[in-house]
Design a protein around this ligand. Structure first.
Ligand SMILES: Nc1ncnc2c1ncn2[C@@H]1O[C@H](COP(=O)(O)OP(=O)(O)OP(=O)(O)O)[C@@H](O)[C@H]1O
Ligand SMILES: [Mg+2]
Length: 280
């Protein structure tokens, strides 16, 4: 498991930070404004979580007695074969789906005890989402999509923060375009900006690079990594790709709805070997 107080700075093998730039302390912004868990604390936890779909002969145990902690200020990848329960785990953690048994907590709140209204507010204010299919609103511009979670919550954008997110994602000259006027990589960068703009406690990403070519995918992964390293963001990402998983601090492996292992500071090769062993 991760050690308390671990620093999440990821270096490439030549000792540089992944984006090749030195860290600038003046650009460090603590997204939690001094509140919330310290790095290394768990932002989200699952205890004894099972999820059963259907009944009788059609019953599927998508999650089978899962215990997992997602640490603050870390990028955690979830990997496993198709049907192993990765998306189900993400959806249950985010309160998008209910658990059959067990407890899920986000920032200490037991989400099964929240009313639908409180859960919606929790998701809107304290979680960010990035999906494989981008899920942008087609009739809204890039900027309107980015600001949508704030507008829905009746919150005023923090203009300085919005500008910093847009600039770091290289979206400055695309803000007035509609999603179908953007490339896939640009659309996913808009989705990353939308997830970051609320300064959430945790971002859930389900195969965020699944629809992108490798260059656009690496860009998105680089931004997620930066959000963790420079802005102390917490990211949980489902992926099939060992290269994508190597951007994480920790990989959690699932099979048949169970956690089968962890890999700390993963390399793509180590992840690939573990996946091969799981699929035998
Ligand atoms: N709404 C549902 N109703 C019934 N069964 C479901 C439902 N959602 C998921 N399942 C089943 O639960 C299991 C886990 O599904 P899940 O989507 O979590 O897998 P996954 O690991 O994300 O797979 P993939 O890599 O293909 O996306 C599968 O057997 C799936 O068929
Ligand atoms: Mg899935």
């Amino acid at each position: 498991m991760l050690r308390q107080g671990d620093k999440a700075t990821i270096k490439t093998r030549d000792g540089k930070t992944r984006d090749g730039k030195p860290h600038s302390d003046s650009s460090r912004i603590d997204l939690r404004d001094g509140e919330g868990p310290a790095p290394g604390d768990a932002v989200a936890t699952a205890r004894g979580v099972s999820k059963i779909y259907g009944e009788g002969e059609t019953e599927v145990r998508a999650l089978d007695d899962i215990d997992v902690d997602f640490q603050a200020g870390k990028l955690t990848a979830i990997m496993g074969p198709s049907g192993s329960g990765k998306s189900t785990l993400l959806h249950c953690m985010a309160g998008l789906d209910s658990v059959t048994t067990g407890e899920v907590r986000i920032g200490g709140e037991l989400i099964s005890e929240l009313t639908d209204k409180r859960l919606t507010l929790l998701r809107r204010q304290r979680m960010g989402f990035i999906f494989q299919a981008f899920n942008l609103v087609p009739t809204l511009s890039a900027e309107e999509n980015i600001l949508l979670p704030l507008l829905l919550g009746g919150r005023k954008p923090d203009e300085q923060w919005e500008a910093q997110v847009i600039e770091s994602l290289g979206l400055g000259d695309r803000l007035h375009h509609l999603p179908d006027e953007l490339s896939g990589g640009q659309q996913q960068r808009v989705a990353v900006a939308r997830a970051l703009v609320t300064k959430p406690e945790i971002i859930f990403a389900d195969e965020p690079t699944g629809n992108l070519d490798s260059t656009a995918g690496q860009e998105v992964l680089g931004f997620l990594r930066r959000a963790v390293d420079e802005w102390q963001q917490t990211v949980v990402m489902v992926t099939h790709d060992p290269g994508a998983a190597s951007y994480a601090d920790l990989v959690i492996f699932l099979r048949d709805g169970k956690v089968t292992g962890h890999l700390l500071d993963p390399t793509a090769e180590a992840v690939f070997d573990r996946i091969k062993a799981l699929e035998v």
